[in-house]
Design a protein around this ligand. Sequence first.
Ligand SMILES: Nc1ncnc2c1ncn2[C@@H]1O[C@H](COP(=O)(O)OP(=O)(O)OP(=O)(O)O)[C@@H](O)[C@H]1O
Length: 265
Amino acid sequence: MNLSARANATSTESVAKLSVRDISRRFETRGKIVEALKGVSFDVPSGGFYSIIGHSGCGKSTLLNIVAGLDQATSGVVAVDGVVRRSPGPDRGMVFQSYTLFPWLSVIENVAFGMRMGGMGKKERREAAQHYVELVKLSAFVDAYPKELSGGMRQRVALARALANKPAVLLMDEPFGALDAETREQMQELLLNVRNKEFMTVLFITHDIEEAILLSETIGIMAARPGRVAHEFKIELPYPRDAATKVSDAFVQNKRRLIEVFKSI
Ligand SMILES: Nc1ncnc2c1ncn2[C@@H]1O[C@H](COP(=O)(O)OP(=O)(O)OP(=O)(O)O)[C@@H](O)[C@H]1O
């Protein structure tokens, strides 16, 4: 289903795919309390792309870790398809900034890893993994090992591996943050392309305002101390989008509006 058909199909759904409700997280170190998050709430609809932006230290990674079940909120809940989640599970796939591939497994074996854990047969697994390897344009490297790949290629494998497990929500924590500018642009375009083909609901963390505008339907702007979503910003740009979208008048207008809001927080 393409994005416009998906938008029509999902517009009447009332239960959010991902629902974050009133999340607070307090850390206590050496007797000092840090309110990393306070009252964070937002919804991501099925097939939606929601980005979180905010200055360093405002709580973005803490929030994503709680959504992933890797950290526990002091109060509040995270629900996927209306079911409360407090620990990690296959319904939430993660792509991190640092490379997290298994160095002893080839590209296809890395992508098939989750299916292997899920008990799928070898032939079926390889066929399914092949689809995701093709999707991220790495067909020529199926049998290569991570050390033989560039940073961008490794992140493509990480994306394919996360998608192969068919998570309800894909969580991406600055996935392109360690890449050079040119590779980063290629990865943004690849992600737009993949999203146009696969049904995905994404929660994406980034420092990069242009990246957030190019990819997202909605941007949650976080403010610090305590970390909270201070403003939700809708991106008014039609899909499909590509690198050329960044030089369109509409993009520049969205960027100007977003920077104004960002400065006012
Ligand atoms: N385990 C911890 N113990 C104590 N304080 C913590 C812990 N983890 C995070 N914090 C504090 O919580 C706040 C939010 O941190 P977090 O790493 O989530 O911010 P961030 O927005 O992801 O930052 P960056 O963009 O630099 O990665 C910071 O003040 C940080 O020092």
